[in-house]
Design a protein around this ligand. Structure first.
Ligand SMILES: *Cc1c(COP(=O)(O)O)cnc(C)c1O
Length: 429
């Protein structure tokens, strides 16, 4: 029988990708030991590769996917908008999707935050918030207020400007001389609790460090930037909302802006729509991306696609799902089921700091330094064999599923994540 030459095989696609695509956050030599998956399509919580193998997207494709892949409601909104208006510049022009989206986002803050500014991605949302704060103080005649405060272990994006307030050595060190330094204050990471301390005590201790920094420098500080409740990129460090309340107070007292980077934790991920709502405070600026697009107040920054109608209609469709499906209430029920399914891991002898906030779960594997270096890679590879997409950060395993994950999928994740964990802990590094 003659071999029928159909499309390229999976391994052909992998080879072509390795030769032509620069993959982020992966060292090329690791692809020899770490698989590269050519994705053909996605449906709901699942991604499918070109051989038809499926993977449950346990990290929402780097935290962006709220309502599943190829969501029909969001897709049809984009398609309808595509035939109406695909793009118009926002300088001197406006359009229905951008107006409706801005009104909705402002409405979600009860009108406290009035205007939305549209960036192209999360890192530029961060930069724009920094620029707006800087600009505000200059307009007030406070020319000295040009510096920023960020938290230890903070992550606010990887453009040169956003790296200034990002305290992750891996991302920063290579570009040190290009980056402006910020003041780095203690993180309220609850894992730092000393004997007998509660997470609230850690929050108070960290707030005292912020106050010390403000006492010394407030005259030069424009803003403090924070990832409310969870510092995701540095291993899902979670903190008590008390920190945000104290931070708000200190910012008012010392006359500096509070910027909440809700790029990862916004849009219901933390349990409330904005994570700051957990602490019943409002910041001066909110950065949103990933789940949606961006909210802020407007001025001198422009990029070609600002307020793109297709992006706005996708965001509007997303917000409409929140309303029509009562997503936050549904997520509370789902979160309880997920916590239940993960109990064997929570109780596991080689797990510490099992933690949860809204639709985010994380725990740290008890591994020695050598095993820790390869833990993430080994876990990711093993998980793929069990149809799970999970990509630990160091020795921190986290689960951050799309909100549409169902009970059957939750049970599957619970069983298989435990199996993968036991396999990885059982093998030598
Ligand atoms: C992902 C992320 C960013 C950067 O967003 P990009 O769209 O990737 O530039 C900034 N801050 C936080 C908290 C993030 O999680």
């Amino acid at each position: 029988m003659n071999a029928v030459k159909t499309s390229s095989s999976t391994s052909d696609w992998v080879q072509r990708s390795l030769h032509s695509v620069w993959h982020p956050c992966t060292q090329m030599q690791h692809h020899e030991t770490m698989p590269l998956i050519p994705v053909s399509h996605g449906r709901g919580a699942w991604l499918f590769d070109m051989d038809g193998k499926r993977y449950l997207d346990g990290i929402s494709s780097w935290w962006v996917n709220l309502f599943g892949h190829a969501n029909p409601r969001i897709n049809s909104a984009i398609k309808a908008q595509l035939d109406q208006l695909e793009h118009a510049m926002l300088a001197g022009f406006t359009h229905e999707p951008v107006i409706r989206l801005s009104e909705k986002l402002s409405g979600l803050t009860g009108g406290v935050l009035g205007h939305c500014f549209y960036a192209s991605d999360g890192a530029s949302a961060t930069e724009i918030a920094l620029k707006m704060s800087f600009h505000f103080w200059r307009n007030q005649g406070q020319h000295a207020k040009q510096e920023f405060i960020c938290l230890k272990g903070s992550y606010h994006g990887e453009t040169i400007g956003a790296l200034a307030v990002t305290d992750v050595a891996l991302f920063r060190d290579a570009y040190g001389t290009m980056i402006r330094n910020a003041h780095v204050v203690a993180s309220p990471d609850a894992r730092l609790a000393l004997d007998g301390e509660t997470s609230r005590d850690v929050a108070r201790r960290a707030a005292a460090d912020l106050e010390r920094c403000l006492q010394e420098n407030a005259g030069k500080i424009a803003a403090v930037i924070v990832e409310p409740l969870v510092q995701c990129a540095t291993g899902f460090a979670m903190h008590d909302p008390e920190y945000l309340r104290l931070m708000r107070k200190l910012c008012d007292q010392y006359q500096v802006h509070l910027i909440a980077d809700e790029i990862a934790v916004g849009c219901g991920r933390s349990g409330t729509f904005f994570a700051c709502e957990n602490a019943q405070i409002w910041p001066d600026f909110v950065c949103l991306s990933k789940g949606i697009s961006g909210v802020r107040r407007g001025f001198l920054h422009s990029h070609s696609y600002t307020g793109n109608p297709l992006a706005c209609s996708a965001a509007l469709a997303t917000l409409e799902i929140f309303e029509s499906d009562d997503v936050l209430a549904q997520n509370r029920v789902k979160a309880a089921a997920i916590t239940q399914a993960l109990q064997p891991l929570a109780q596991h002898g080689q797990v510490k700091h099992f933690r949860q906030q809204g639709m985010m779960w994380a725990f740290d594997a008890v591994v020695d330094n050598d095993a820790a270096k390869t833990f993430s890679r080994r876990f990711f590879t093993r998980a793929l064999q069990e149809e799970l997409l999970l990509r630990p950060i160091g020795n921190t395993v986290y689960f951050m599923p799309p909100y549409i994950v169902n009970q059957e999928e939750i049970s599957l994740v619970g069983e298989r994540m435990l199996k993968v964990f036991n396999q990885v802990m059982g093998e030598s590094a």
